[in-house]
Design a protein. Sequence first.
Lengths: 176, 279
Amino acid sequence: MSGLFEEIHEQPAADVPTRRVSITVNGDKRVAQVEPRLLLAHLLRQGLKLTGTHTGCDTTNCGACTVLFDGKPIKSCTMLAVQADGHEVTTVEGLAGASELHPIQEGFKDEHGLQCGFCTPGMMLAAKALLEENPDPTEDEVRWALSGNLCRCTGYQNIVKSVMWAAKKMQAQSAS
Amino acid sequence: MIPAAFDYIRPSTVEDAVNALADAGEEGKVLAGGQSLLPVLRLRLAAPALLVDLGGLSQLRGIREDGDMLVIGAMTTHAELAASSVPLLAQVAATVGDRQVRHRGTLGGSLSHADPAGDLPTAAVALDAQMVLAGPHGRRTVAASDFFVDLFTTALAPDELLIEVRVPKLQGWQTHYTKVGRTAQAWATVAVAAAVRRENGSIAQARVALTNMGPTPVRASAVEQALAGVAVDGDAIAAAAAHAAEGTAPASDTTASAEYRSHLAKVLTRRALLAAVGR
Ligand SMILES: Cc1cc2nc3c(=O)[nH]c(=O)nc-3n(C[C@H](O)[C@H](O)[C@H](O)COP(=O)(O)OP(=O)(O)OC[C@H]3O[C@@H](n4cnc5c(N)ncnc54)[C@H](O)[C@@H]3O)c2cc1C
C-alpha cells in the first residue's frame, strides 16, 4: 500500500453489463470500463477525479455541469459516459495553460464574476463556446448564451462583465 | 441521481435498431439526444432494460430536398435546425431550452416525446408535416395531425422509430412563432405558430397551431377560416385571432390557469400573425 488508504474497487456483479469507453478529456485519451448508466458528469468527477465539473440540480436545469463536447457546450449530467465514447470533452481543468490563466478565468477574477463559485466552471465553458463562435458579443448576446447556466448568488451582472472583459482581451490578443 | 441499470447498444443501421427494439419488447427504449429521457431515467420514472442509442445513425442527421419537400432526419439537433433555413422550424428550434439542450436534443426526440408544452410538435402540426416511421414490417408515413395522440403519446409503436420528417418548402409563405414563458430557458406557457400565404394584398391561406392549449398541439381552425380572403390588416387579423381559444382544452397548473392560457392564445395568435406578415 502506498498510503494509509487504498480504495478497493468492487467488481460489478456478473450480470451488470459494462462497456469500454475511450474519451479524449482535455487533450488526453482516457479509457474506462463503465456501466452504461454512468453519467458523463460522474465519470469526470468520480472516475477521473476532475472535480471542477460541478453537479448542481440533477434536473438538467442549472448548467453547473456544463462541459464542451466536441467544442459545443452540453450538460454532462444529461449525457451517458457511453454516449461520449470516441469524442472530445473539455472541462474547466482544460482551460488554463501551463502557467497562465485563460482570459475567461482572468476576466472572472478581474471583474469579480463569482461569489460562491459553484456555477463558475459551467459559466466559463459556456462563455468559451460563445466567444469562439462570436468573438465580439453584445451584452444581450452574452446573457442569451448563458441562459442555460444559473447562478444562485444571482451575480449575473459581474458574470456578464467578466465575459465582456474576456472578449476584449481575446480580441486584443488575436489582433497582436 | 443515478438511473437504474440497463443494457445499451448503439446500432449503425435503422434495421438493427428496429430489430433490437422488437426483441426487447416493452423493455426497450430509444435514446436520441437524451434531454428528456435521461432526466426521466434519473428520477426513475422509467427503468427500461435496454437503451437503443440512435447516436450512431449518422444517416438520420441532416436536411435534404425532395421536390417540393424538405426532409429532415430525426437525429438532426435543435442547434442544427436553428442554423438552417427550414421555414418556421428553424425559428422554433432556436427557442427550445438553452444552448446546451439545443446541442443534444433532436427533432425526432422532441416529436416522439410529445410534451404538450413542446415547441416542435406545434410547428410540425402547423406545417402538416409527414412523419416517416420505420418498424420491423417496413415503413409507413403518418400525418402530424394523426401522430400526436394524447399527452406524451404518439402513433409510434414500441418497436418503431421516427426516422424522418417531411415538410413543405412553403415557397411564398411567411411564418412566425411567438412564445411566452416565464424565464429565458422556460418551456412555453402558451405559444403560437403562424404561416400565411398572401395573394393580391389579401390573405389567401393561413395556418395557425397552438402549443400547450391541450394535451396535443392543435390547429386553430376557426382562426384559419376567419383569415381566408381577408385583407392584410391589423383589425382583420385581430378579429380572426379572437377565435384562437375556440375548441381548445388548456390545463390549469402552477404556471397558469386555463383562463389565462386562453387569453394568451388570442393575444399571441394576433402577434404571431402580425409578425408573420411583417406588421
Ligand atoms: C432545461 C430544458 C429545457 C427544455 N426546454 C424546452 C422547450 O422550451 N421546448 C421544447 O420543445 N423542449 C424543451 N426541452 C426538451 C427538449 O426539446 C428535448 O430535447 C426533447 O424533448 C427530446 O429530444 P431528445 O433528442 O433529447 O430525445 P430523448 O430524450 O433521447 O428521447 C425523448 C423520448 O422520445 C423517444 N425517442 C427519441 N427519438 C426517437 C425516435 N427517433 N423514434 C422514436 N422514439 C424516439 C425516446 O424513447 C424518449 O421516450 C427542454 C429540455 C430541458 C432539459
